[in-house]
Every structure is written in structure tokens, then in C-alpha cells.
Design a protein around this ligand. Sequence first.
Ligand SMILES: [Zn+2]
Length: 113
Amino acid sequence: MITEKIQNMVKDLAMECQKNDVAMSLGAFDESGNVAVGQVGSKNQVETVIDIQLDAWVDSMENCGCSGCRNKLKELQDGDESVAKSSKVHSFVVNDAEEFLDVIDRIKRGEFQ
Ligand SMILES: [Zn+2]
């Protein structure tokens, strides 16, 4: 499950990336549908990271070649993408320092609980 420790690690990683001018996008998901998302950077930078992740994901499925991966690749080629539904999203999206402080405030107010 997405524990508080995982949420804190995502948040810490987002802060560290922000501090070092590193663009980042990561998502974690558990079986009960909880999600933790960390994104740092401009919209273009985050888009670039997501593109890189998608390429890596497709590569890994091409390299695997099992029937599940082959079917998924076919689905993607057919444009039939399914979006995972989440009941609880913990988002740490940072585009600038001010916005990040707002995120921290919202975390403190318990908006992500
Ligand atoms: Zn496979």
C-alpha cells in the first residue's frame, strides 16, 4: 500500500529534484487504488519525462514478447488506452518554489490524507 513513508519519499524526491533543477515525473499505485504522484519541472519538461517513461515501457514490452505484452502493444497501436481509476491521489506537483510551498501547506492541512 501507499504508506506515509512512500508519500514522504515521493515528496522528498520532488524537493531534491527541484533543488537540483531536475525534471521528474513518477507515479506509484497500490491495489486499493491509492496513487502517489511526484512531478517537478515545467509542463514541457514533465511531458518530456513522461515521453521517456512511455518509450521505456514500450521497449520493455517489446523486449519481453510474452502474449500479455504483445496484446498490450497492439492495444496501444490501436489507440485503446485505458486510464487507471484512483480513489485517492497524493500529488506532489512542483513547477516553481511558490507553488511547492503551497503544496507543503496543503500537505500540512491534511488535504492529501
Ligand atoms: Zn511480457
